[in-house]
Design a protein around this ligand. Structure first.
Ligand SMILES: [Mn+2]
Length: 452
């Protein structure tokens, strides 16, 4: 595969007359990365029409890649250099489109995000394991099946159409991806389907020296949560949500590390300070999660702000929270601007703590806590791209529930004052409704659009 990837780089440097880009989704998880690389490789070996050069593109900027621990780990394991990959910020897809030099195959997703909708007409083929959200059009080849991993569908295609191109390296990256996505093929995890198992078994029968499944799964899982190699800034933005209320921009970062370890990092305070300064956050809440064996998650929490009042009031809101009760006990902190706690209630995930923060921000905004207003304050929707972390414990919970949980409740007669039938049927003028929506939009804490 290395010569193929090297060839892609050369092609891009020289400027090919036309490109066939195989694009994974914007989370660039292991499935998207491996499916894009393997499928582009397959196409390059089998396509009848070789006019276009096949290039896999990872749909994130290169600077984001160190945050995908499982991806960097698998590449290392297979002696594939990151220099052989093409990232989204290294290729101008829209420019190529304008020049009429681009066609697309989508893997591990089937509709382009809004920012790329201009490229929709270029999609020739889709290979995906999610629900199909695009219309079937003439000339579009679609492979969809609700299997545990898109890599299973790519493996199937290779085994059926071009089994000879399968070498140990390709087999290893495909099988590793399926193992991670299907939670080591454990039926109780609810991810694996018979087809995933079938192709993992087929790969193993062709390459009998592949490492044991449990070893592969455990090391990928560990790599995914291993933040030890990251800078403080990378650690904080790996799993970040941002809320705003009034003039306060508050960041909540989930970090998969013991808080003691984080606090012992040299330059931690300077790192927090720079992170907040650069992004305009006035306060940062860090929630750490570690998993001890199979017991419940072990959680700790820290609040950082250079503003004494804000730090104290956020800390108080968390300490005094009753739903959920966090059971916070103070921990030693290396700096007076960082307040550290052990969180006794291991069940209170970030998703459950978010409403406490939302209430706090609402209260700040209104100068008092007004329950009638709080209902409208739920405009907080995760900026985590769809699908990210859908395979991991903590994130599954969070990303899966966020949009449901934080949708505003259906307004009860909120478009009219008093009893809705007091003066007969209310007149719902379009302007009045739009105005009301505008008002609702500015009332609630909203997600910082620059947080990505
Ligand atoms: Mn996938």
């Amino acid at each position: 595969m290395e010569p193929f990837l090297r060839g892609c780089i050369t092609t891009l440097e020289r400027g090919a007359p036309s490109l066939h880009v195989v694009l994974g989704n914007e989370t660039c998880d292991l499935d998207s990365m491996v499916s894009a690389i393997a499928f582009a490789y397959f196409l390059s070996k089998t396509a009848v029409d070789q006019k276009a050069a096949f290039v896999p593109v990872l749909n994130i900027p290169r600077s984001e890649f160190p945050l995908r621990g499982e991806c960097t780990f698998l590449l290392q394991q297979n002696s594939l250099s990151e220099d052989l990959l093409v990232f989204r910020d290294e290729i101008d897809l829209h420019g190529l489109h304008r020049d009429g030099r681009l066609v697309l195959t989508l893997v591990d997703h089937n509709v382009l995000p809004r920012g790329d909708s201009a490229l929709e007409d270029l999609v020739m083929e889709v290979v995906d394991h999610r629900r199909l959200e695009r219309p079937l059009t003439p000339g579009l080849a679609v492979t969809t099946e609700p299997v545990g991993s898109c890599a299973t569908l790519v493996t199937e295609r290779i085994i059926l159409k071009a089994p000879d191109i399968l070498d140990r390296q390709l087999a290893d990256v495909l099988r590793s991806t399926i193992l991670l996505d299907c939670i080591n093929m454990a039926p109780e995890a609810g991810k694996v389907t018979p087809k995933d198992t079938e192709y993992v078994t087929t790969l193993e029968s062709r390459f009998t020296d592949l490492l044991p499944r449990a070893v592969v799964f455990d090391s990928l899982q560990r790599a995914k949560f291993d933040v030890s190699g990251l800078t403080i800034e990378q650690m904080l933005r790996k799993d970040l949500k941002v809320l705003s209320g009034g003039d306060i921009l508050l960041a909540i970062s989930a970090v998969y590390l013991r808080l003691e370890e984080l606090l012992a990092r040299p330059g931690l305070k300077a790192g927090f300070e720079e992170f907040c300064r650069a992004r305009g956050y006035s306060v940062l809440v860090v929630m750490t999660i570690t998993f001890e064996q199979k017991s419940e998650p072990f959680r700790q929490l820290a609040v950082y702000s250079p503003h004494c009042n804000l730090r104290e009031s956020v800390s108080r809101a968390l300490e005094e929270s009753e739903t959920p009760l966090l059971q916070l006990t103070p921990l030693d902190s290396p700096d007076s601007e960082i307040v550290a706690y052990h969180q006794g209630n291991g069940q209170a995930s970030r998703k459950k703590v978010l409403p406490v923060i939302v209430d706090f921000l609402k209260a700040q905004e209104a100068g008092r806590s007004d329950p009638a207003v709080v209902c409208w304050g739920w405009g907080t929707v995760s900026r985590v791209p769809r699908g990210q972390g859908e395979e991991e414990g903590e994130d599954v919970e969070e990303t899966a529930c966020d949009e449901e949980v934080y949708l505003p409740p259906t307004p009860m007669n909120s478009l009219v004052e008093g009893c809705p039938l007091d003066g007969g049927l209310p007149k719902l003028l379009q302007e009045a409704i739009l105005e009301r929506f505008d008002k609702m939009a500015v009332e609630g804490p909203v997600v910082d659009p620059s947080n990505h």
